[in-house]
Design a protein around this ligand. Structure first.
Ligand code: FAD
Ligand code: FO1
Length: 445
């Protein structure tokens, strides 16, 4: 592995003992740089390799919908690791307590984690680091170009990060080594997943979805399906909410069931359709890595204070503007606004767990327009996005909402009531772009 993917979070005393990969964001056995590195260290130190996943039952208010998808994916990880003689351990509770306890229990000599820019995860790592004295490092297994190699600061927009990423792609878009089988057999105690399910005290009103199968294998099938049936039309159709033209990879990226690097390696040779090739890699590499950059370098990624000064100033000037409509969280959540297009988007998300990408922009901007303040709009948009989207609680989500409501990574537009200089979208704009009636009929049952 290119050691530029590695970040040392804490030096430590070198000692004999197993190597541990604390799996969190990249929940897959294959194409996982953090696991590849951990395994290389275990073999080098001639010691055993453990993968530990700490289950918290209140991750940013995730519901049964997300936990169900995630836990089924973890069951597949357990089976795959066992087949490679790699221990998979599930701990339950506070990471700050459970991870140091686990490390102690097996006298671990090295801790490796995958990269996650979200505050909650960085907080966990800080507390764990304070409690352990062994070396603790982090591998960016989520991005093709490791986030800290791309830039050491918050990037202004896609056009500023794009050149930095493209310059480094030849070095980092390399083939991923296969996971090896550890030589010593292990007698893995199977995890009782049914019991795990039952102990989850999560919101069970948001039902699991049934139109996507979770896990690493299913992710690869979705990729093949995308390539076979949708890829050539991606450039022309991806922004039509009435077409099923997106890849549907985001829930798998969110839970790390598939590596964007693997997807890029598979897509790269498909150059017969230039536009789709360019557009898809732009979204999946540049846009996605821009979100990690924003969330890592801007601690206010989920609030008004995270917006650029021009946007904060402009929204402040229009704070007192008359709102034609004002809705509270419940009215938004129950799709009880005056506008059927917005209600249809909300219901698409509630029912399917995945709102169409184009509608997400429109959906969030209308929440800005029909809330009593930009702060209230941020809270409502994040709450609903993270409660119902399968791919919610993700850097892409916080960044997408900050783009829509606060113009992050966008530029100032013509000034208007309520929005100030934040880019405006409206019903007529949508009607010019796609068949809104068809979209409404489909989702406004
Ligand atoms: P495709 O069009 O097939 O794209 C493939 C991949 O490219 C996506 O999986 C994603 O990783 C990346 N990508 C595509 N569009 C974007 C984008 N605008 N920003 C960053 N990466 C992108 N994405 C999430 O993963 N989770 C969220 O919670 C989320 N919330 C959003 C909220 C708002 C208000 C907005 C405007 C965007 C949000 N996005 C979010 C970004 C984007 O809408 C989704 O990533 C995309 O719709 C996922 O569907 P797909 O994988 O089928 O997309
Ligand atoms: N990460 C964990 O380490 N433990 C969890 O129990 C956990 C639950 C969870 C539930 C929903 C969800 O969307 C994410 C969840 N994550 C959990 C984090 C996830 O794996 C990613 O690290 C983050 O969402 C960042 O993308």
């Amino acid at each position: 592995m290119n050691l530029k993917r590695l970040r040392i979070l804490q030096e430590g005393k070198d000692k004999i003992g197993p190597v541990v990969y604390w799996m969190q964001r990249d929940q897959r056995a294959h194409d996982n740089w953090a696991l590849i590195y951990a395994q290389s260290k275990a073999i080098e130190k001639n010691t055993s390799l453990f993968v530990v996943f700490n289950l918290v039952s209140n991750f940013l208010d995730a519901t049964l919908r997300q936990y169900g998808f995630m836990i089924k994916g973890l069951q597949e990880v357990e089976g795959e690791l066992c087949r490679h003689n790699i221990h998979f351990v599930l701990t339950v509770g506070d990471a700050e307590i459970e991870i140091p306890k686990f490390l102690e229990s097996i006298n671990a000599s090295l801790l490796i984690a995958d990269f996650n820019p979200l505050k909650i995860s960085r907080g966990w790592k800080k507390s764990v680091a304070d409690k352990i004295d062994i070396p603790f490092c982090e591998v960016d297994a989520h991005n093709i170009v490791p986030f800290h190699q791309v830039s050491a600061k918050q990037e202004f927009a896609a056009y500023t990060i794009r050149t930095k990423i493209h310059k480094l792609l030849p070095e980092f878009l390399d083939e991923l080594p296969s996971l090896q089988k550890m030589k010593n057999n292990i007698n893995q105690v199977k995890i009782e997943w049914k019991k795990i399910y039952d102990l989850l005290n999560v919101n069970k009103d948001v039902k699991e979805i049934d139109w996507l199968i979770p896990g690493e294998m299913a992710a690869h099938n979705i990729l093949q399906e995308f390539i076979k049936n949708k890829f050539t039309k991606y450039a022309t159709d991806r922004n039509f909410p009435t077409h099923d033209a997106q890849s549907n990879l985001s829930p798998y990226f969110h839970f790390g069931h598939i590596a964007p690097q693997r997807v890029a390696l598979v897509i790269q040779p498909l150059t017969e359709n230039e536009e789709s090739h360019k557009d898809f890699l732009e979204e999946m590499i540049v846009r996605r890595e821009l979100s990690d950059n924003f969330c890592f370098f801007n601690k206010n990624y989920d609030s008004f204070e995270g917006f650029h000064p021009w946007a904060q100033e402009s929204l402040n000037i229009h704070r007192k503007d008359k709102r034609d409509y004002i809705y509270d969280l419940e009215e938004f959540e129950l799709a009880k606004t005056h506008e059927d297009l917005w209600n249809a988007a909300q219901l698409e998300m509630v029912a399917s767990g995945k709102m169409h990408g184009y509608m997400r922009m429109y959906w969030a901007k209308k929440i800005l327009e029909w809330s009593k303040s930009p702060e209230e709009a941020m809270k409502i948009a994040i709450y609903l996005n993270d409660k119902y989207e399968l791919d919610g609680r993700d850097p892409n989500g916080y960044t997408g909402i900050a783009w829509s409501i606060g113009g992050v990574h966008d530029r100032p537009w013509f000034e208007r009531a309520v929005y100030g200089k934040i880019r405006y979208m409206n019903y007529n704009g949508c009607a010019k772009k796609f068949d809104v009636k068809k979209y409404i009929q489909k989702h406004l049952r």
